[in-house]
Design a protein around this ligand. Structure first.
Ligand SMILES: Cc1ncc(COP(=O)(O)O)c(C=O)c1O
Length: 414
């Protein structure tokens, strides 16, 4: 069958005339296929799924109740556009109460988002001209870079490695890249490495941004999920508001991934530009959802309970993996445990060598029915997410023991 004329109309940014013809299978599709095959080979078996990047639980009942109330109000029914003052005011209160960020003007320095992903896809339009560079950490969440490339921009990758505590080397960026760089995108606590920033690192980022006239977008999607101390906001850094914005979201902090609600806060001019592009992109999140989101931002004790659960699971998982030889160390936040991938495994008298983390991940699904996400960008690593399905602490314990049991007979080589 010949191609439809539509095939010739696709923009180069998504592959042009070749759009949809690639036979390459991407990482997450490979994981899905391996899980399906493992289940077919082991009918009725339990896959322990630690590949999921979202909470295993529902939003808390009070958030659902608030949504129910707000959805019944006629004044909430229409286009929300750039939002009303409810979420903005709650966001400013949240930043102060939870992160110690004072002086945020809710009317000029905060605007809601339909989740951080949406904000990351909107912001490039405000900054990127053809040829401009974005500095992005790898491995990482690629959305800002993808959209920057849509606008003819380029991405310069900053590798995150355990040796540098998963913080990028800002001093090692070549001068010719720096001169064309406009945006630095950061994300702490980090997906996938679980790395955390420090006040000293953020102070360095502010100085770096000012010196090189770069704006900073800090994606704080996991900011409140910390296992010790208080969440660290980039905006708490002196001078941060002069150079950047921070993105917060109810997705991970309040078990509300499907609700699509968050906010962008910080530099007034950047927030305004985000709002101008946003206004031409969407018509705002349903006000009932925004108001339920505002309720959550006023109830950070919800996040504390969620973080305590992840912390408990993380302690158990670190212990289970260390027993099998993994150099697992409990991160300070997020729900990701990122460990160096083994080079080989001996199980049942059979030795298997792995060329990369992807091969390890496939082997773990096929042989042990354990699903993880491999990352081969900076170093071969596996990401275990403690969002595995377990209905209560006793069930969590059962899952952790099952992980130990399945991996117990394996000798890993690193
Ligand atoms: C680093 C990072 N940023 C943003 C997002 C998306 O968050 P949201 O649900 O608020 O769009 C994710 C989701 O996995 C993420 O890992």
């Amino acid at each position: 069958m010949s191609d439809s004329y539509i095939q010739n109309l696709f923009a180069e940014r998504i592959g042009g005339q070749q759009y949809g013809k690639s036979t390459a299978i991407y990482k997450f599709e490979k994981i899905k296929r391996a899980k399906r095959a493992a289940l077919a080979a082991n009918p009725g078996a339990e896959i322990i799924d630690m590949g999921v990047g979202e909470p295993d639980e529902m939003a808390f009942p009070d958030a659902v109740r608030k949504l129910f109330e707000e959805a019944q109000k006629p004044e909430n029914r229409g286009y929300a556009d750039n939002g009303d003052s409810g979420l903005k005011a709650a966001a400013a209160r949240y930043l102060e109460r939870v992160c110690g960020v004072t002086g945020i003007n809710p009317e000029t320095e905060v605007l809601h988002s339909i989740g951080s992903k949406a904000a990351l896809s909107i912001l490039p339009a405000a900054f990127i001209n053809p040829g401009d560079y974005v500095l992005m950490t790898v491995p990482g969440y690629p959305i800002f870079g993808t959209h920057a490339k849509y606008f003819g921009g380029q991405v310069h990758n900053l590798p995150l490695t355990a040796e540098r505590n998963f913080l990028p080397d800002l001093d090692g960026i070549p001068a010719e890249i720096l001169s064309k760089a406009k945006v630095l995108v950061l994300n702490y606590p980090n997906n996938p490495t679980g790395g955390s920033a420090t006040p000293e690192f953020f102070a360095k980022v502010v100085a770096f941004a000012k010196k090189n006239q770069i704006v900073v977008v800090h994606d704080a999607a996991y900011a409140a999920l910390v296992f010790e101390g208080k969440p660290l906001s980039f905006l708490a850094t002196p001078g941060a508001k002069d150079v950047g914005v921070e993105l917060h979201s109810t997705s991970k902090s309040f078990n509300m991934t499907g609700w699509r609600c968050g906010f962008v806060a910080g530099n007034e001019l950047m927030v305004k530009a985000y709002g101008d592009v946003k206004d031409n992109t969407d018509s705002g999140q349903f006000l009932a959802i925004q108001h339920a989101g505002a309720y959550c931002f006023d109830h950070p004790e919800i996040t504390e309970k969620i973080a305590a659960k992840y912390s408990r699971r993380m302690t158990g998982l670190v212990e289970a993996l260390r027993k099998c030889g993994f150099n697992a160390r409990k991160p300070k936040g997020s729900f990701f445990l990122y460990v160096a991938a083994p080079k080989a495994a001996v199980s049942g008298g059979k030795r298997v060598e792995f060329r990369n983390a992807e091969e390890v991940s496939q082997w773990l699904i096929t042989e042990k029915l354990i699903s993880t996400v491999p990352w081969d960008d900076a170093c071969p690593n596996l990401r275990f997410s403690v969002t595995f399905a377990a209905k209560d602490p006793a069930d969590e314990q059962r899952v952790l023991e099952e992980i130990s049991r399945r991996l117990g007979g394996v000798s890993f080589e690193f």
